[in-house]
Design a protein around this ligand. Structure first.
Ligand code: TXA
Ligand code: MG
Length: 350
């Protein structure tokens, strides 16, 4: 099958193009589409044969559950069996937007979607193309990130095609995605709510709304929290081909000096090296024969998040052996950046 690419205006998508994609979804086919976080690979969430195609196209193990996307609150009734007061408060505050809520599953939703779990992940994306597509299809849409299993999530249609060309019916090309890292996954089946995956909605924003919110695996005053298993949060995720050497950001100058030492060592061993850093870090890498990817300013972590996956993919394309990268703290979206980089860094050590 040849994958059809339809260009759409990200702000004001033409209904004719969206209709074609919506019909493909209704017919049980796979359509990749932009959301505000990353591109999703969509199928009718109520059709178990369609959902199985997602797993086949991605090479994703069946034990890794999918997020169901909705376009308005009334659709929630088809997806979940009950909505707690806290879940409704969160939905009203953050939807449409990059927050995924784990809630008790409705009997409508096939077991393939939730990997047999009693709970389902659901979110309402804010991207106009995603919202319009779901609304036109009139169906809840199951959609993981539109990459081959284990690869970094796609933030452009080109990334989707690099991973899934000829394996899916259609891609809606709405340009690059504005947030660049995936949604925050929040388990609201228990109290206090627990962040299973940090993402586009920050810990601080959730804390502002909720009395208490737990962060999976976070150190508390008593002890280290035992992380709760979310089947898809295996560390073999978000991974580049190159080995990633990651440096914690305790102080910007210290971290860059350490990175430079590492780069010099790798270069002396004849390795090809890529560096991911902030524009402020440039002076530390001057005069070195490295592939530099400047992610943006340390004062604008949103820019750094937006370019993160593109930088990882482009360094893989450049064929580097090693990627030397730094973290950007854990405030705001920095936490999601740190989470993805740490997963990418553990990949090769397994
Ligand atoms: O931003 C996003 O969330 C993107 C866009 C396309 O919406 N989607 C995305 O989907 O990142 P995916 O499948 O790559 O990641 C979904 C995560 C996985 O870590 C999965 O394990 C977790 O959500 N998840 C899904 N259903 C769950 C459930 N019932 N219980 C616990 N975790 C669940
Ligand atoms: Mg994914």
């Amino acid at each position: 099958m040849k994958t059809k690419v339809l260009k759409v205006d990200p702000q004001f998508p033409a209904l004719s193009e969206i209709d074609e994609a919506a019909q493909a979804l209704q017919a049980g086919q796979l359509v990749a589409f932009p959301t505000e976080t990353v591109y999703g690979l969509g199928a009718n969430a109520l059709d178990c044969e369609a959902v199985k195609k997602i797993f086949a196209a991605k090479g994703r193990p069946a034990h890794d559950p999918l997020i169901v996307h909705i376009s308005d609150l009334s659709m929630l009734e088809q997806v979940v069996s009950q909505v707690s007061a806290e879940a409704m408060r969160l939905a009203k505050h953050f939807w449409p937007g990059p927050l995924t809520l784990i809630m008790p599953k409705h009997a409508n939703i096939p077991d393939e979607v939730t990997a047999g779990l009693g709970n389902v992940a659901v979110r309402m994306p804010s991207h106009p193309v995603a919202l319009t597509l779901i609304r036109q299809a009139g169906l809840p849409i199951a959609a993981p990130s539109a990459n081959r299993f284990g690869h970094t999530s796609p933030t452009s249609a080109a990334h989707v095609l690099a991973d899934l060309d000829s394996r899916i019916e259609m891609v809606l090309d709405g340009g690059s995605t504005p947030i660049g890292v995936e949604s925050t996954v929040l388990d609201v089946t228990q109290s206090p709510a627990r962040i299973l995956r940090p993402g586009g909605v920050t810990f601080e924003e959730l804390q502002d709304l909720l009395e208490t919110v737990l962060l999976n695996g976070q150190k508390t005053s008593q002890a280290e929290d035992v992380p709760q298993i979310s089947p898809g949060l295996l560390s073999r995720h978000y991974a580049p081909k190159a080995v990633l050497a990651l440096f914690e950001s305790e102080g910007d100058q210290l971290v860059c000096a350490e990175m430079r030492e590492k780069v010099e060592l790798l270069l002396s061993q004849g390795k090809r090296v890529g560096v991911m850093c902030a524009v402020e870090d440039i002076p530390y890498f001057e005069g070195l024969d490295v592939d530099l990817r400047l992610l943006g300013s340390v004062d604008r972590l949103e820019d750094i998040a937006r370019g993160l996956y593109l930088a990882l993919r482009s360094l893989d394309e450049a064929g580097v052996d090693f990627i030397v990268a730094r973290e950007f703290g854990s405030q705001g979206i920095g936490l999601a950046i740190q989470d993805r980089l740490r997963r990418a860094a553990t990949h090769k050590e397994e």
